[in-house]
Design a protein around this ligand. Structure first.
Ligand code: GLU
Length: 445
């Protein structure tokens, strides 16, 4: 059967770089094996989920190069969840409980005070039919807990290796709220079964869920998928990423002019034993992808590293892949200019600044007026080409005896107003004779 994975965000906010990493690991895992990627919106929390956030998530993924093969919404499948919940009730694996939040908190406090783990005492299970009737008469609606089989769950995690979680240390989880809402732990399993998800790749904050969900797969008589839990990303200060703590959304990097492949390369190779490096296409990233090489250690995301990745990526991008965007930004000069300039760009949006130096006007930056005037006299006649610079500086050298920095730095400063920048051999013919002449004579041009 073909490989099928899912990325399952709740559309309650924008995704951040850590979420993007989960999506990428899933995408690379599936696509490197010719498999399929499902985008599933976990949108059962009606109060917080919005179609607008679902759209931003799709857009952000598309920007990264991830276009799902299929999209599903949990809100479309509520009847399906209710049917399965009814089956679980019939099988005696869901039981009704009536405690309020405060009551539960009190129970937990009492257990803690006695030095015991705060595990739910299964009081609901002990209620008789009479108790239920009485509670209902008082207007109370039950929530429903899953009766866990109190044994050790084990699985071979594709990232973490052999895992054991003792279900005896867990409270029976609530799967249905008093208002009838089916909760994530159950709906996710039903979806994973119905969409034939073979591998679940998600953050290690879900390891305990996996112990519970493995039991649900079994009760629902379905084959279990394999699991891979990756470590979570932390910021430069070692803090976890979260929408609530103000982690920047992925769109921030897009708006700041980062290339999607710089973001994808960093997010997908950070914390792997595969060399972190810039890849200029998803296909290339895919070719070296191996989920078993994702490490268990926390992964630190640093914007400085992303900046370095971006600059390195620009160095590798061929002109054809940026031509359209350069043209839209009004940058001319073709492949020749791009090749000369890109080492000076940390972002593509730096390109118009360099092009403006070619087209001018720039203010004069003449340190040695006499030398520059004599250089101006030596300017060859047009047409100019890639050899003009060599020809011109040869003449200047012959006339003045200067060489090296003393020869070219005053020329660079006069021609560009700066003491660094793209190769003058490329800039000179683009600047052209008229402008070069004026600039060497200290005129604005
Ligand atoms: N909606 C869940 C989350 O964002 C999905 C977890 C999972 O992948 O099962 O944490």
């Amino acid at each position: 059967m073909s490989v099928r994975v899912r990325f399952a965000p709740s559309p309650t906010g924008r995704i951040h770089i850590g979420n993007a990493r989960t999506a990428l690991l899933n995408w690379l895992f599936a696509k490197s094996q010719g498999g399929r990627f499902l985008l599933r919106f976990d949108d059962t929390d009606k109060a917080r989920s919005t179609p607008a956030f679902a759209k931003t998530i799709r857009d952000d993924l598309a920007w990264l190069g991830i276009v799902p093969d299929e999209i599903a919404r949990q809100s479309d499948r509520l009847d399906r969840y209710r049917r399965e919940a009814a089956r679980l009730k019939e099988a005696g694996r869901l039981y009704a409980c009536y405690e309020t939040k405060d009551e539960l908190e009190r129970k937990r406090e009492q257990l803690r005070a006695r030095g015991l783990p705060p595990i739910y005492d299964r009081a609901g299970l002990a209620l008789t039919a009479q108790d239920h009737a009485q509670l209902e008469r008082r207007g109370l609606r039950p929530h429903w807990r899953f009766l866990l089989d109190r044994r050790r769950a084990s699985w071979n995690d594709l990232i973490r290796g052999c895992q054991h979680v003792d279900a005896a240390c867990l409270s029976d989880p609530v799967l249905i709220r008093a208002d009838g809402t089916v909760l994530y732990s159950l709906s996710s399993v039903i979806d994973d079964i119905d969409f034939s998800i073979g591998t679940v790749i998600r953050g290690e904050d879900h390891v305990t869920n996996t112990a519970i969900q493995l039991q649900l797969f079994k009760v629902l008589a379905a084959a279990t998928p394999s699991f891979a839990h990756h470590s979570l990303m932390v910021d430069g200060d070692g803090r976890g990423l979260s929408k609530r703590s103000g982690t920047l959304p992925l769109s921030h990097y897009r708006e700041r002019g980062f290339e999607p492949m710089a973001v994808a390369s960093l997010a997908a190779t950070l914390g792997t034993s595969q060399a972190t490096g810039v890849h200029d296409s998803m296909n290339e990233l895919m070719a070296s992808f191996d989920i078993t090489r994702v490490s268990r250690a926390p992964v630190r995301f640093d914007e400085k590293e992303l900046e370095a990745f971006n600059a390195r990526l620009l160095q590798r991008l061929p002109y054809e892949s940026v031509a359209e965007r350069l043209t839209a930004m009004g940058v001319g000069g073709g492949a020749l200019f791009w090749d000369a300039m890109r080492a000076n760009c940390r972002k593509l949006k730096d390109a118009p600044g360099w092009w403006a130096i070619v087209t001018g006007p720039i203010g004069p930056a003449i340190d040695e007026p006499e030398y520059c005037a004599c250089a101006a006299e030596e300017l060859p006649a047009e047409p100019w080409n890639g050899a003009t610079w060599k020809d011109w500086t040869g003449r200047i050298r012959a006339r003045t005896g200067r060489k090296g920095k003393a020869l070219f730095m005053p020329l660079r400063r006069a021609l560009t107003g700066l003491d660094h920048g793209p190769e003058l051999a490329v800039l000179l013919p683009l600047i052209g004779r008229d402008k070069a002449m004026r600039r060497l004579r200290g005129k604005t041009a």
